[in-house]
Structure formats: C-alpha cells, structure tokens
Design a protein around this ligand. Structure first.
Ligand code: URA
Ligand code: CA
Length: 434
C-alpha cells in the first residue's frame, strides 16, 4: 500500500477501506508517513468528506494507535460525558457526584490542558488536600465503593490524534466534521467508557456557531460512538452566554456546591439535569429519560447529591468542610464591579470574551507550564434577557492584582445591550440519539 495512492483515491471522492485507513494512521503515528502527505490527505478529507463507515474506521484506528484504559474492574455501565468546549463549564463538577448519587459509576479521567480556566483537575485542586495523583487500583476501588473518583490523565492515549490535530492546526483543516468527530470520539473511546453523553454547544461562544453545524457534528459523533459499540447520545445546548454565573476555578467549585444543594443558577441546574438524565438512562439506572430526571431531582432535594460530593472529596484527601463552609475556598484579594455603560436588555454575553478576561486574571493556562491562580475569575450578576440601567453592576471581577483595566473592558465588551426586549434562546436545542 502506498500513501500517494490513498491520497489520490480520496482526492477523487472514493471511500477508503478499513485496511487503508488503519495503514495510514498506523504508519503516520510511527513516522513512516511524512507530514506533507498527511497534510494532503487532511485537505482531501476536508473537501471530500468521509462516509459513516470511514469515520468509524478512522476513529478506531486512532484509538488503536495508543493505550486504551481498561475499566473492567469497575462494576456497572461506565458513562462518560464530553462537552465541546464551554466557558466556565461547571457541569462536570456537578454531574460527577449527581449521577453517582443515583448509582451510576463515574470513573473520570481528567487532564489539565490549556484554556480560559483550568480543567476539572485544577478546579478540584482548589480544595485543600485533594489528591488527583492516585494509582489505577485505588481509582477502581474508589469508584466501586463511592461510585465516583477522578484521576489525572496518564498513559499514551490516541497519539495519532495528537499528531494529526497539531498538523490540522497549521494546515487549515481543523474545521472538518469527520476530523473533529473522530478526534473527540477517539479520546472518549480510548478512555474506556461503555456509553457516552455529548454536550455539543452552539452559538457565538461555541466551536459550532450555527445550529445546523452543531447538529451535523453531533450526528457524526453519535454515529461513530454507536458504530464503535458505545451507546452515545448528544444534547445540543446554547452558548449565547456562559453557563451559570461563575467563571474561575474556586468560584466554580462554589457554584457547583450551590447547584448540588439545589440553590444553583437555573441554566446550569437545567443543563446538568438534562445531561445527567441521559447519563442515568444510558447506565440503565432508569427506564426512561423522564424517570432518570426524577431520580436526579430527588437526590438534590433529599441531600444525597451534596452528601456524595462530600464523600468524594474526603475519599481523595480533600477538606470536605468546604461543603458547609465554601468561604474556606481560596478567594481573591480584590473584587471590582463592572458597570453597564448603557441601559437596555442584554441580548448576548460573549462567552469567549468572559473566558479571555478570566484567563488574563490568571484563571487559565496560557502555556503548558504556566501557574493557575485558583482564586480569580469573573462572576456575572446579570444574564441574557435581564433589563439593566446604565451604572448597574453587570459582573464582579475577582483579582489578585490591581492593574485590571483591560480585564474590566473585556467583560464590559462581552455584554451586548439592545433597546427591545429579548426573548432568550432555548437552553436545549435538540437531542440526538441515533
Ligand atoms: N476538539 C478536539 O478534541 N478535536 C478537534 O478536532 C476539535 C476540537
Ligand atoms: Ca459556570
């Protein structure tokens, strides 16, 4: 088999076979196919697309390029959740204890990575003593005992995706549905979950700006997951503003605590109930999505959800007294209000701008080695649909430095204000299950 023939075949619009795709990915991972040939292939794929079968083969080949996590020691159907990038996405922190409280095993592997705020690992490390560097055996035991544990990423997962993504980044081929879908799904499948719930964001702050694109991406990922033997469902959710109020690490832990107590922001609560009920359903802990939702609402009401968060924190060495005393979490030295410059209705809060503001404060990593400030971030006080008068506080910036003019300007710019009343977009646009 020669790569040049495969490139020409795809260029001319033909489908590649399972063997051809496996060859290409294996040889590329092992440096036997040069970047220039893979670049040409990526561009051919970008223009010619891939069939459903090709997408499944590509995903499976990328999974096979590295280690696969074995979760077979953990009892039950392991369900993972993936979000296509929100800003201040607190859902994982809420969902892990929430679905564990109704008996779904949550074996969460989480990385640090770059971003506006830290990853789930960083957020948990805002809790004094919390240990993410646990060994595999302890991890399995904790999930069996408590139904929830989080471990730092280890091993060599999907090296083919790492290499291909870096190449796509510099060859104008990131924005291709088959390539995005296989990239995301290969990582989820290699992480060992039996079933997967996807939260695909749409709107100004999302990867997929319009609903059609988000639906296509969701459909592609659901087909890949189901085709690879992992039951997969996707929820398409709105990103015309950040979810909840808090964007920042410790700030989001506080918001997660409030949400698990039933006192959280309504949009964050609703999205967690929707995603959570799909997780519970796929884990076969409920017969219908509606029944799953009732179970989740019940554990929030009766305190089992917040109790589960407490157990989870304590079992990984963390100070669980923060549940009753969230003020013990790291807090920033300064709090500065951002005021509205004009009166009107809020039509949009660009999540990327709020994320960038949090990042400038030090909430996220700019490079792999930068240190995160767990205390800082932005807390919105007004959301889409709210009416504001000029001079009203729209957000509060939590900082450890006083030079924050640029940050304040960024937050202010994120708010779009209009004269007419705003009918806000629905939080959930669609659910795709096959
Ligand atoms: N996120 C991924 O993991 N891969 C892509 O290709 C795009 C976004
Ligand atoms: Ca949030």
């Amino acid at each position: 088999m020669r790569m040049v023939d495969l490139i020409a075949k795809k260029r001319d619009g033909f489908a590649l076979t399972r063997e051809e795709i496996a060859f290409m990915i294996d040889q590329y991972t092992n440096d036997q196919i040069p970047d220039y040939q893979m670049s040409a292939m990526a561009m051919a794929l970008y223009f010619q697309d891939m069939t459903k079968e090709e997408r499944i083969y590509l995903t499976q080949a990328m999974v096979a390029s590295g280690d696969e996590i074995d979760l077979s020691e953990i009892e039950g159907i392991k369900v993972d959740k993936h979000s296509t990038g929100g800003v201040g996405d607190t859902t994982t922190l809420v969902l892990a204890p929430l679905v564990a409280a109704v008996g779904v095993p949550v074996a969460k592997m989480s990385g640090r990575g770059l971003g506006h705020t830290g990853g789930t690992l960083d957020k948990l490390e805002a809790i004094d003593g919390f240990q993410v560097e646990i060994d595999g055996k302890t991890f399995n035991e904790l999930v069996n005992k408590n139904k929830v544990a989080v471990i730092g990423q280890s091993g060599n997962l999907t090296p083919a995706d790492k290499k291909l993504y870096a190449l796509r980044d510099v060859t104008g081929t990131v924005n291709s549905i088959p390539l995005i879908a296989s990239s995301i799904m290969s990582k989820k499948i290699a992480s060992g979950a039996n079933a997967i719930v996807l939260d695909v964001k749409t709107g100004s702050g999302a990867f997929m700006k319009d609903l059609t694109g988000a639906k296509d991406l969701a459909q592609a990922m659901v087909e890949i997951g189901n085709g690879a033997g992992r039951r997969t469902m996707a929820v398409i959710s709105d990103m015309s503003q950040p979810l909840g109020y808090a964007v920042g690490n410790a700030l989001e832990v506080k918001e997660a605590i409030a949400t698990l107590k039933g006192e959280g922001p309504s949009d964050l609560t609703e999205l967690c109930l929707v995603l959570g009920s799909h997780m519970v359903y796929l884990a076969q802990k409920a017969d219908t999505i509606e029944q799953a939702r009732e179970k989740l609402v019940a554990v929030i009401k009766n305190g089992q959800a917040i109790e589960k968060f407490k157990t989870f924190i304590a079992s990984q060495g963390g100070d669980s007294s923060i549940i009753d005393q969230p003020e013990k979490l790291p807090s920033a030295r300064y709090q500065t209000a951002v005021k509205a410059r004009e009166s009107g209705y809020i039509s949009e809060i660009t999540a990327e701008e709020i994320g960038a503001a949090a990042s400038m404060l030090g909430a996220g990593r700019m490079t792999k080695d930068s240190e995160i400030d767990l205390a800082v971030g932005v807390v919105l006080t007004k959301k889409v649909g709210d009416y504001i008068e000029a001079g009203d506080t729209i957000a509060v910036v939590h900082s450890n430095q006083t030079e924050i003019k640029e940050v304040l300007a960024k937050v202010e710019q994120a708010y779009q204000i209009q004269v007419e009343e705003v009918t806000s977009a629905p939080l959930i646009h669609a659910v795709i299950s096959e």
